[in-house]
Design a protein. Structure first.
Length: 163
């Protein structure tokens, strides 16, 4: 009789633990999916900062009217921007304010025929091979369970065709 009670209690305890674990995983899965609009909003902020006059690239470099160009860089709180040396910059260049703080974001933009057409955002420096359109499913696959938003390896993406 005692053995049956212990066995039943153990089965109930294991069932409760499994249900709780499943519930936690379900919540974490929802959190990961909820982060996708946030990472894409970060990319949109970068796009807007370069297109609404907050940062005028023309003050820092000549943008050819034809061709495809990529600019990558880092920022702090979407206000202190530095562009890395590359297609249009010969050296790392502070674009808005002087970079005195550690970056907490990295960005990239694509300029096609003189117009900024795409923007990316990440928590780590981006490489040109990573600069492509991303679906929400691909972004979700870049995330890991129980990963902090600030440590995510997911890449935010924004394009003008989304407007």
């Amino acid at each position: 009789m005692q053995r049956t009670i212990r066995l039943t209690a153990m089965v109930v305890l294991i069932t409760l633990l499994l249900l709780f674990g499943g519930f936690v995983l379900l919540l974490q899965n929802k959190q990961m999916k909820d982060n996708i609009p946030s990472i894409n909003t970060c990319a949109r902020f970068h796009y807007q900062n370069f297109t609404n006059g907050f940062i005028d690239l023309g003050k820092y470099t000549d943008i050819p009217p034809e061709g495809d160009y990529i600019i990558t860089g880092e920022c702090h709180n979407f206000t202190i921007y530095t562009a890395y040396a590359g297609d249009l910059f010969e050296q790392d260049t502070d674009l808005f304010d002087h970079a005195t703080k550690k970056p907490n974001g990295y960005w990239a933009i694509r300029i096609h025929d003189g117009v900024i057409t795409e923007a990316w955002s990440a928590n780590y420096p981006l490489e040109e091979s990573q600069l492509r359109p991303y679906s929400e499913e691909e972004q979700y696959q870049q995330m890991r369970l129980f990963e902090k938003f600030s440590e995510s390896r997911a890449i935010g993406y924004y394009t003008i065709s989304a407007e």
